[in-house]
Structures are given as C-alpha cells and as structure tokens.
Design a protein around this ligand. Structure first.
Ligand code: ZN
Length: 331
C-alpha cells in the first residue's frame, strides 16, 4: 500500500486513549489499550513514513504559511481524556523529540473527579459487568421514578457482554441528560471504585504536577470540555457552554501559565460536535478544534473541524499504517 501521487498536501492526526505499561496491564488487565511496546513500534513507523508536526506547525498550516513537500504527509499526535497513562506516553514522545497535544477534561484537575467514560471503563474492568449493573440499578432507583423502564435495556445474559456495554455508554451519552448522567456516574464511582481505591484519581487520571511536567517536556495542553459531555447533542444554554467550553480554557491557562489554543470534542462524532460556524458564534477563543472524523486535514479543512483517527487496541503498527494510508487516499 502506498500513498497515491496526486495526494493533496495535508496531515493526519491520531487520537490515542489508553497506553498501557506493565503495571497498568497487571492491575487492570481488562482495560484495553495500546501497550507501551506497541506504541514504540507505532512511533518507529511514524518516523519512517510521516513528517511529525508540532501543535504550532498545525496552527501555522491552517492559518499561515506552513506546508508540506510533495508526497510528504504530516502527522500530529493527540491524546484525549487526561488519562494517567499519558504521563508515560509524554515521556516516550519527548525521548523521540515529538511534541503532542494532550486534551484534558478539566473536572479531573479542578474538581478532582474522573471523567464519565473513565468511570465506566474502570468500574467494569475491576468489578465486572453484573456488579456494575447492580450499582447502576440502585442509583437509578434512587434518582428516577421510572427506573425500571431503563433497567430492562441492560439485561445481561451470557454472550451479549459487548452489546450491553455499548448500551450503557449510549445511555449515559445521549439518553439521560448530562446532569443526571454525571450524578449517577459519580455515585457509582464513589460507592464502587473510590471506596476500594482511595487513590482512584491517581490510578485513572493525570495529576496537576504531571501535567506541569508534560508542559516542560514541550507538549501542549488543550481542553476536552469540563465534564466530558457530548456538546453537539446536549443543547446547552449559554451558562453551560461557558462552563464546558470557555472556562476550561481559562482554567488551564491560569493554572499552568500557558496559552491553550486547542480543543477536542468529547466522543467526537458529527453528532457530538458543533460546526465551525456554530463554534465561532459561541467563542472565538480557540484556534483549532478536533473531531474524530477520519479525514486528511488539508489547507481547505476548517480549523474547527479537523479530523483524527482513534487507534484501537488491536492496531499493530502494520494495521495502523494501512488505515492511515486509506485515510489519505480517501475511502
Ligand atoms: Zn474523551
């Protein structure tokens, strides 16, 4: 597989989540991610086939003169959710002289509370799906009159594990309103995970000190809303938008004494994002906004609708390379 010769100038971006080292794999084997060893192989492949760019190159490509040579494809690495794993990833990248953007939901630093999807991942990984559903049931019972209607969705029988997990994720993303989702997931977190792991936040997410160190390594920090909600599907009022999009930027800039021009949309599908026009109406304080649309980012791509591919735990460097070539050549 090769890059076709009439490829327009542009760059791909990747959006990583979990990068598991040995101890993470040992203690939470059911959390799926890219192993540190595989991640190193990815980096080797990137260095062989792509021109790794910095976050400021990406700004210059969208707004200014930065460009690529003929048949040269750029690559910008990004990481979502402020996961504790990203500290190790940041160090590995620094060793290779690569600068990435780490998108952080500010609840993990400001409130010292985990982001919603991470609660689901860790609780199910540690305690199992049946146990998670029991906690979910008692929390729904406490907070909703018609809770039974919801519980029927999640009947877990042998063989439908993945389907039930998809339903749980969908339920918290789109079916409950964002306040109720947050309330119930935080209850589950407190009663299930935090009770057993008093250092839960260090297990799950980056600390302020780690973020400071990552900035010193040369990486950039961007926002990923405050509490990891689907912006596009939430129909938020001005106050909530301020809380989820504008204040997180101010918080990161004041806390770390940096300028932060980047945001990525939680979940990142079209339904979860604003169009560039909608975003500009709400705020013009960002320079780049990232989705998970699988496209090559060109000069003509709106800087507020930049695409990324999310590597999965089964993406070896060979598979990842093939997928990246498909993104470049178009489907
Ligand atoms: Zn996310």
């Amino acid at each position: 597989m090769t890059i076709s010769t009439n490829t327009p100038n542009g760059y791909l971006s990747l959006c990583y989540h979990y990068i598991r080292d040995n101890s993470a794999e040992q203690y939470f084997p059911r959390i799926l991610g890219t192993s540190v060893d595989e991640f190193e192989k990815h980096i080797e492949m990137f260095s062989n086939y792509f021109k790794l760019i910095t976050p400021s190159d990406a700004i210059s490509f969208s707004y200014d003169s930065y460009n690529f040579k003929t048949n040269e494809i750029g690559l910008l690495l990004t990481f979502d959710d402020g996961l504790s794993d990203h500290y190790i990833a940041a160090k590995i990248l620094a060793k290779h002289g690569i600068k990435a953007i780490f998108f952080i939901p500010t609840c993990i630093l400001k409130d010292e509370l985990p982001a919603n999807p991470i609660i689901i991942h860790y609780c199910i990984a540690k305690f199992g799906l049946s146990s998670f559903l029991n906690f979910l049931k008692s929390s729904l019972k406490k907070n909703l009159n018609d809770f039974n209607k919801y519980m029927k969705k999640f009947s877990y029988i042998k063989g439908n594990y993945d389907e039930v997990i998809q339903k749980i994720k969908y339920f918290f993303k789109y079916e409950l309103n964002e306040k109720l989702s947050r309330l119930i997931l935080l209850e589950i977190y407190e009663n299930m995970f935090h009770k057993e792991f008093p250092n839960a936040m260090e297990i799950m997410h980056l600390t302020k000190n780690q973020v400071s160190e990552m900035i010193e390594m040369g990486h950039s920090i961007g926002t990923h809303t405050h509490s990891h909600i689907s912006i596009g599907s939430s129909n938020l009022g001005d106050n909530e938008l301020n809380l989820e999009i504008i204040q997180p930027k101010n918080y990161l800039e004041t806390t770390f004494k940096i300028k932060s021009d980047f945001m990525s949309y939680p979940f990142g599908k079209i339904v979860d994002c604003l169009s560039s026009k909608e975003l500009i109406v709400k705020t013009n304080s960002y320079k780049l906004a990232f989705t998970v649309e699988e496209i090559l980012n060109k000069k003509s791509t709106s800087p507020y609708e930049l695409g990324r591919y999310m590597p999965t735990s089964s993406d070896t460097s060979e598979l990842l390379y093939k997928k990246m070539i498909t993104m470049i050549n178009g489907k």
